[in-house]
Design a protein around this ligand. Structure first.
Ligand code: BGC
Length: 708
């Protein structure tokens, strides 16, 4: 070493030490927006993401692709949490459940009716408003990722999460999903479409393998997610189960091929809670984020990147999807004043909850116009569900802490005139209930099922003594009405002995007020079934153990395309109450179906239809016009499939022309040789009516050339 070198070195290290002392402070001062260029709102979300990604260290990238433990990062309320990165100004992700209101034990929130209730309105504007209320309450709680909606098609009627869904039809589910997602996201939070894919049962839900053919996957189970993606959903939750042998959250076909490539989903995929099973395999398959912890996407992922098992480019792609969605939804730019302790419920939301319950209530039977109740002097209310234990919601992650619940007994007592005597018995003593019913002019029996995540119903029967109770009351009082509070279909062995049947689903906190309004005719029921009610247990589409709950860990989708009403139509079984069905206190007439196809040659365009609807009764009310497509039999499609619907409100005597728009997709099927959707030449019948089994108006559209 030359003389003087030592001194030079010590001066250099002194300068370095000085720099080390002052540089962080200087850097911090310099952290204005031009040093954090991704905070510049005028740049595109993609550009901002690129800039941010470049500034991130490996640890920072890994930190965003998984949630954290409450023990290491105390956070309140939320069921999933990704901490903020103050250095880079990345906000925290705060995830909360919410299918019928803010979940995870939150208080000061509104319990809305279950989504199956909202879907029974057959009115996307109801679902849109539902999403807005949910999104507003979540945002007020500080949530920026709302875990919902659940958009899977109901394959198994006993499925314990049926109440969380929109029912058994891919088209209806897709329309409802898009409407609700738009509503949620308009209020701030990023919505999360779940559970992707083939999540159709709770039994053995962590391991069951759904074995399903390509065409069925494309035509039945994928379409609601396609609609959610078109509707701009920001995130998707992959499911616990396997699809064709591979867990959804590490399934490259399900995630990369179908969701990200075919559907061109630009957002991010998070795993269901504990649904991640690997590091490198999941990363390569397309899982962007592990929830709720870091078992596979924490240190293990950092190591996998460091040792080259996972490339930085692959990790960047996952981080990019999360960040770009956060930028698109304004999470970097919007102030979020909300917090978990805030009370977010309002009188308007409570009133809305009641309106959804009214609009989703389906009148199934009304023999001799027993309803609405006129000139009645005494009513017997029977059943725990009617008084002591109203079933207003489903369980599991959907559970909401209701601020109050109006029981049917309270609602009816409040609504009944002073002159009407209302008696009540919980029905645990069947003989006692029968004698109370005998003494009243009208008997209303409230029956229910308790459904929730983690278990399917054992069968479609009403549990406990409820069938016996209805039969005994009906034998005692010829004017018996049954109100069902169930999350899905049930068998009704007593149906011929009662005068009225109402499906009120899980109606939320305003239960009693809503059912009273329907029973007394303040509201004219206009709900329609979003799933089929079977006559017999062995007539359902999934009646063999191989189909449900599965044998040796495999659930075989041997019914293929014939899900829901498609099965009943294909097998000729008559349902007890068909898909799309519902009565009103008024009557309607449909006439003058006019179908105008545009360019139905090589490339079929939209089909426009009009139909005149007249209210032929004496009360204002709403009818739902349903259009089904019947493809040429050589296409191998189910006999008829819902392809358009519209709801119309009419005053007595009023006629309106209702418009229906049918897309090219309705005339297509999935070609498993070419692996794409195609429209074959032939005659396509369009059937228009008021349920899947009542389609009096028909028209034929000819497609002259095959069109891909
Ligand atoms: C459910 C999800 C839910 C998550 C967080 C899981 O068990 O399947 O739907 O969002 O828990 O609560």
């Amino acid at each position: 070493m030359k003389p003087g070198t030592c001194r030079t070195l010590s001066i250099a290290s002194a300068v370095l030490a000085l720099a080390a002392t002052f540089l962080p402070a200087a850097l911090a001062r310099a952290q204005t927006s031009h040093h954090l260029p991704w905070t510049n709102k005028s740049l595109s979300a993609e550009r901002r993401t690129d800039l941010l990604l470049r500034a991130m260290t490996l640890e920072e990238k890994v930190a965003i692709v998984h949630g954290v433990d409450r023990k290491t990062h105390p956070f309140k309320g939320y069921v999933g949490y990704v901490p903020a990165n103050p250095r880079l100004h990345i906000p925290a992700l705060k995830l909360a459940d919410g299918r019928a209101g803010v979940g995870n034990g939150a208080t000061g929130v509104t319990l809305l009716p279950a989504p199956i209730t909202a879907a029974s309105s057959w009115d996307p504007s109801v679902l849109n408003a539902f999403g807005r209320v949910l999104g507003e309450e979540q945002w007020g709680k500080g949530t920026n990722v709302e875990l919902g909606p659940t958009i899977d098609v109901v394959r198994v009627p006993e499925w314990g999460r049926t109440f969380e869904t929109y029912g058994e039809d891919p088209y209806l589910n897709g329309q409802m999903a898009a409407a609700e997602i738009e509503g949620i996201q308009s209020q701030g939070p990023i919505a999360n479409a779940n559970m992707y894919l083939t999540m159709n049962q709770e039994t053995d839900r962590f391991h069951i393998d759904s074995v399903v053919d390509e065409r069925t996957l494309q035509e039945i189970y994928l379409p609601p997610f396609r609609a959610a993606v078109s509707g701009g959903v920001g995130s998707v939750m992959c499911a616990y189960i396997k699809t064709n042998g591979v867990y959804s959250c590490e399934n490259p076909h399900v995630l990369n091929d179908l969701l990200k490539t075919q559907l061109a989903f630009p957002g991010w995929v998070m795993s269901d809670w504990g649904g991640t099973h690997s590091t490198a395999a999941s990363v390569r398959a397309g899982l962007d984020q592990e929830m709720p912890g870091d078992r596979y996407y924490g240190q293990a992922l950092e190591t996998a990147v460091t040792n080259g098992q996972v490339s930085m480019a692959t990790l960047d792609e996952h981080v990019r999807r999360i960040l770009v969605t956060m930028f698109r939804h304004g999470l970097f730019d919007k102030e979020q004043p909300g917090n978990w302790d805030a009370s977010v419920r309002t009188p308007e939301h409570a009133a809305f909850s009641g309106r959804v319950a009214e609009q989703g209530t389906v009148l199934l039977k009304n023999e001799g116009n027993i309803l609405p109740l006129y000139g009645v002097s005494s009513i017997a209310i029977i059943g725990a569900d009617g008084g002591t234990k109203p079933q207003v919601e489903g369980g599991g992650s959907s559970h909401v802490v209701a601020p109050y619940v109006i029981s049917p007994l309270e609602g009816i007592r409040k609504r009944a005139d002073a002159g009407i005597q209302v008696s009540y018995l919980d029905g645990s003593n069947v003989a006692g209930a029968a004698s109370v019913a005998r003494a009243a002019q009208v008997a209303i029996v409230f029956v229910s099922t308790s459904e929730g995540e983690g278990h399917d119903r054992p069968n479609l029967e009403l549990p406990g003594n409820q069938d016996q109770l209805v039969s005994a009351v009906a034998a005692a009082n010829p004017k018996t009405i049954v109100v069902l509070n169930t999350g899905g279909p049930v068998l009704m062995p007593w149906v011929d002995s009662v005068r009225g049947v109402i499906e009120a689903w899980y109606p939320g906190q305003e239960d009693g007020n809503a059912i009273a309004a329907i029973l007394f005719g303040d509201v004219n029921p206009a709900g329609r079934l979003p799933l089929t009610f079977p006559r017999k247990a062995d007539e359902i589409p999934t009646s063999t153990p191989q189909q449900w709950p599965g044998v040796n860990g495999t659930s075989t989708y041997s019914e293929k395309l014939n899900v829901g009403y498609r099965w009943y139509d294909a097998t000729g079984h008559t349902p007890l109450f068909p898909f799309g069905f519902g009565l009103s206190y008024t009557t309607f007439r449909l006439s003058h179906l006019v179908i105008t196809p545009t360019r139905l040659g090589k490339s079929p365009g939209l089909i426009h239809g009009t139909v005149d609807v007249t209210n032929t009764g004496h009360r204002a009310g709403a009818e739902v016009i349903e259009a089904y497509i019947s493809q040429p039999s050589s296409n191998g499609e189910p006999p008829r499939q819902l392809c358009a619907f519209a709801k119309v409100f009419l005053k007595p005597g009023e006629t309106r022309q209702v418009r229906l728009t049918i897309t090219r997709r309705a005339l297509s099927h999935y070609d498993t040789t070419a692996h794409r959707w195609t429209t074959a030449a032939g005659e396509y019948r369009i059937l228009v009516g008021t349920s899947s089994r009542n389609v009096p108006l028909q028209s034929v559209v000819s497609v002259t050339d095959r069109a891909n």
